[in-house]
Write a protein that binds this ligand. Structure first.
Ligand code: ADP
Length: 350
């Protein structure tokens, strides 16, 4: 019996601790109430003390009740926090609190969802970084090993073999050029993706700009027996953009068109629209398989055909082109048919 009473007493005392933040207010109100009653009714001091005692008992009951409710609510919140910390709750809908705590329940759900999204993003980033490092080391290893191979063969005696020494040196040189262009592309893509690509927009004359680009690619195109054309357009036409970055776009698209076309033709089509100028870079080359078209703008992606034929390349050129065109608030489209040819198109503000 005594044990039960003691237990009840302890639990009442614990509940009281949870309502201690209200002690002062309730005491002040009770005190004021007793004073008011003493003014309104002519009560003896003895009755007044009795009334004060009754009010205090009443306060105690109220405080124990409030403490009991608060303790239960705090216990509920603590238990949810503990389950989240111990990863026992993975689904936001498993967070359940009583109706009086529905606001807090909503906040917990939002917090857990946000944390889960952040973790998922961090995992994705870590995966992307390790994929990137994997690709880079693989792509760097190929030209380095090839150059080493040629140099080693030359050092082991082939240097004096006039039938092969020049060819080996030329091949080593070619691979060192590939290595250089891979490094340049890597620098570009990392600048772009880390948000360090600074743009410098202005109007410039299109005719002069494209003439220079054509001159730079003419020899490469002729070397592969390709004809390079440019459509007629207004000589005074100007477009708005970053001239240097757009030069890189045309260089990448044209060198791809020439690289993936043999004895065909490559055409740059310029079409003036109301507020923009549309560009098409069209070739009659090897084309791209339907199910690979969506992937060609991903960094390091190269079509199976191109890999099988060991056509050199970094798989970064189109990723760079896409970023640059998007930095001009435009987008790049591609149409291609295997064995027929490919057409890239985009618009720039005029
Ligand atoms: P790469 O250095 O390999 O050319 P890009 O990023 O410029 O890298 O292009 C990605 C891939 O898209 C190429 O490897 C090739 O498979 C395909 N591709 C790009 N342009 C053409 C094109 N004009 N004709 C056919 N395939 C192309």
């Amino acid at each position: 019996m005594l044990v039960i009473v003691l237990k009840k007493f302890r639990s009442a005392f614990t509940n009281l601790r949870f309502s201690k933040i209200y002690f002062r207010e309730i005491l002040v109100i009770s005190f004021l109430f007793v004073i008011l009653i003493s003014f309104l009714f002519n009560i003896t001091l003895q009755n007044l003390l009795l009334l004060f005692l009754l009010v205090l008992i009443f306060d105690l009951i109220i405080l124990i009740t409030i403490g009991f409710k608060r303790k239960n609510e705090i216990d509920e919140i603590k238990s949810v926090i503990k389950s989240i910390r111990k990863n026992q709750i993975t689904n936001v809908n498993d967070i359940k609190l009583s109706d009086s705590l529905s606001d807090i329940e909503g906040n917990f759900k939002a917090m857990l969802k946000r944390t889960q999204d952040d973790i998922a993003n961090m995992e994705k980033l870590a995966q992307a970084r390790s994929d990137f490092l994997g690709y880079v080391s693989h792509e760097l290893r190929t030209p380095i090993f090839t150059i080493q191979g040629y140099l080693e063969t030359l050092l082991n005696g082939a240097i004096n073999d006039h039938k092969v020494n020049k060819a080996f040196l030329e091949k080593a040189f070619k691979h060192s050029e590939n290595l250089n262009s891979l490094l340049n592309d890597l620098i570009d893509i990392s600048m772009i993706e880390s948000g360090q690509m600074s743009m410098s927009f202005r109007y410039f004359n299109l005719s002069e700009f494209l003439d220079n680009i054509i001159i730079e690619h003419k020899q490469y195109a002729e070397g592969k027996n390709n004809e390079l054309f440019i459509s007629e357009f207004n000589n005074n036409l100007e477009v708005y953009g970053d001239k240097e970055k757009l030069k890189q776009v045309f260089n990448n698209l044209l060198s791809n068109a020439i690289k993936y076309t043999n004895s065909g033709n490559i055409k740059i089509i310029v079409e003036e629209k109301q507020k923009t100028v549309q560009f098409k870079i069209k070739d009659t080359g090897i084309g791209i398989k339907y199910d690979e078209i969506d992937k060609i703008f991903h960094r390091f992606f190269r079509t199976t055909d191109v890999r099988d034929k060991s056509i050199p390349g970094t798989g970064l050129g189109l990723a760079i082109v896409k970023h640059i065109i998007e930095a001009h608030n435009s987008k790049i489209d591609v149409k291609s048919k295997l064995g027929i040819g490919t057409e890239f198109s985009f618009e720039l503000k005029k």
